[in-house]
Design a protein. Structure first.
Length: 191
């Protein structure tokens, strides 16, 4: 499967995280860190999300603006990571989903990272989110992140089921009944 990942020396690109995988139906999938050259593909991916999927991801009906999309693909790999799943459709690489974490900005919060996951509507319920999030958890732990945390809407059943399967602590926010908090303590990788 053709990918256009930059060489490992380009901006510290973590090429060691790339992995080939396949869905149960045989669809070939490439999982890899996102990079700046993915801007057009990522923009098309976000534009193709249904209103419901976009709403569940952003907790609002707003659409990411061009500067946000640029930021999502121009990663500071020391502080954050975004992994995408892609496949080839009609000879072109197409994004299926993305997971990401971003560490806190201060030395006191650098060990905690917010995370996010969004899967394109055509690829949901096929194991892509589970595979991507497991890989993100492993990469975060290896990078020294001690906890992943996020919020989701109380009715985002797919995310809540996935979080529970992966061991996240799931708790309704007492200050906002529309929000559920997700937290996962990460083990340091074995030496």
């Amino acid at each position: 499967m053709a990918t256009q990942a930059p060489s490992p020396d380009r901006s510290g690109y973590p090429s060691h995280l790339a992995e080939d995988w396949q869905l149960a139906d045989g669809t070939r999938v490439r999982i890899r860190p996102i990079h700046a050259d993915d801007l057009a593909m990522h923009t098309a991916f976000v534009a193709g999300l249904s209103n419901q999927t976009g709403y569940h991801r952003l907790l609002s009906p707003r659409k990411p603006q061009p500067d946000e999309l640029w930021r999502m693909t121009h990663i500071d790999y020391d502080r954050e990571l975004a992994l995408i799943a892609t496949t080839v459709v009609d000879g072109a690489e197409e994004q299926m989903g993305v997971v990401r974490y971003v560490r806190g900005d201060t030395p006191e919060t650098a060990h905690v990272a917010e995370f996010a996951v969004v899967i394109g509507d055509a690829w949901q319920h096929r194991g892509v989110a589970m595979k991507l999030l497991r890989k993100l958890i492993d990469a975060a732990a290896a990078a020294g992140v001690q906890q992943l945390a996020d919020i989701t809407l109380y009715d985002n059943i797919g995310m809540l089921v996935l979080a529970r399967k992966l061991g996240f602590k799931v708790q309704r926010d007492p200050g906002n009944p529309n929000v559920t908090r997700l937290r996962l303590a990460l083990d340091a990788p074995a030496q």
